[in-house]
Design a protein around this ligand. Structure first.
Ligand code: NDP
Length: 352
């Protein structure tokens, strides 16, 4: 696996300007206006959407800054083998794929800062963002903060994540050929994943904590009628069993508290996702499920702010679709900057 590289080329210092007009009350006390930087395009997020946006913006001479978070790389960093990303017929480890994205973005002059964005001010342009204690400004902003899968939160689940415990059947289902697997959840994701897994697993056990599903009626019926799916109502996972990889589950009846163990070769957690929208919530509208609302393809209610990837897409949630979205957002941002005469093309870093 190639090492993640932290690229920190010189950033132009920002002068004091309209940024200082931001009311002090809106700023977190622990951050300062210290050595940040200005870019025509700042991208928040360093998963497939953010880094693809960076590759396109950098190659357009926009010298983007990526504020990539303190745990950069997005969901693929906790994925083992990725076999459905085009161009890698033998498959590739998730972290290595993200290292390649990152290398490609920095190769053309992207500055990547591994810091969490703590606060933004989108009142006027240039937009302001505070990350890692310093302030950045941007003529255009791409929000690509992704979504995080929810987990049960038990120690054994965390320990065996990537070793039989997964949150993505589309990504990992293939590895469970011939194994008896369990899916936890009662929403559309769980119903869909359970149905999908019957292609590989001889028996799929759907574990739900209540006696009624939350998902759509048609998906419920499909799962209930499926001969390969066995449903455990009023049941929760008390412990994931196994040392090196999953061997079974200790299950608990949520009504009586009775516990028992069953052998399983895989566990899929499908209890929902949380889109990473915290710092944008006061500025950009979200839908009922908390995802950012997009105007057109990648636009938002604020001119110059673009949205890409899982932070708005709860339907496809794939690295390749997020990457495509990042490409679109960068192209839209570039055109928008051009229209507003805000482009000052920097020389594109030409790889040696
Ligand atoms: P949901 O929030 O709809 O469902 C989450 C499920 O997980 C619920 O049944 C919930 O139980 C259960 N759950 C939550 N926390 C725990 C926990 N700690 N332990 C055990 N069980 C837990 O999330 P989904 O990801 O399923 O769906 C999100 C949205 O995406 C929905 O609007 C859905 O319709 C949509 N979607 C649409 C699809 C499609 O149209 N093809 C496919 C997938 C999703 P409880 O019911 O008791 O709260």
């Amino acid at each position: 696996m190639s090492e993640l590289k932290l690229a920190m080329p010189a950033i132009s210092m920002i002068d004091s300007g309209p940024a200082d007009a931001a009311p002090m009350s809106q700023r977190p006390t622990e951050v300062t206006d210290g050595a940040g930087g200005h870019s025509q395009v700042v991208i928040v997020g360093s998963g497939p959407a953010g880094l693809t946006a960076a590759i396109y913006a950098a190659r357009a001479g926009l010298a983007p800054i990526v504020l990539g978070g303190s745990a950069p790389g997005g969901q693929l960093m906790i994925t083992s083998e990725v076999e459905n990303f085009p161009g890698f017929p033998e498959g590739i480890q998730g972290p290595e794929l993200m290292a390649r994205f990152r290398d490609q973005a920095t190769r053309f002059g992207t500055t990547i800062v591994d810091a969490d964005v703590q606060q933004v001010d989108l009142t006027e342009r240039p937009f302001q963002l505070w990350a890692g204690g310093v302030r950045y400004t941007a003529d255009a902003l791409i929000v690509a903060t992704g979504a995080s899968a929810l987990w049960l939160g038990i120690e054994s689940e965390t320990r065996l994540r990537g070793r039989g415990v997964s949150a993505c059947a589309t990504c990992d289902g293939f590895f469970f050929k011939g194994k008896r697997v369990a899916v936890v959840g009662g929403g559309d994701t769980a119903l869909e994943e359970a149905t999908f897994l019957t292609r590989f697993a001889p028996e799929v056990v759907l574990i739900h904590r209540r006696d009624q599903f939350r998902g759509s009626r048609i998906m419920q019926q499909r799962a209930i009628d499926h001969p390969g799916i066995d449903i455990r109502w009023n049941t929760e996972v008390a412990e994931v069993l196994g040392d090196e990889s999953i061997e079974g589950l200790r299950l608990r009846d949520t009504q009586t508290g009775r516990e028992w163990t069953e052998a399983f070769g895989g566990l899929f957690i499908a209890i929902g996702y949380r889109p990473n929208t915290e710092v944008f919530r006061d500025w950009l509208p979200t839908d009922a499920a908390g995802y950012l609302e997009v105007e057109g393809e990648t636009g938002s209610v604020i001119e110059g702010v673009f949205i890409a990837g899982d932070v708005h897409d709860h339907h496809y949630r794939q690295a390749v679709t997020a990457a495509a979205d990042g490409c679109k957002a960068a192209m839209d941002a570039e055109r928008w900057l051009e229209t507003h005469a805000l482009t000052h093309a920097a020389p594109v870093a030409v790889p040696g």
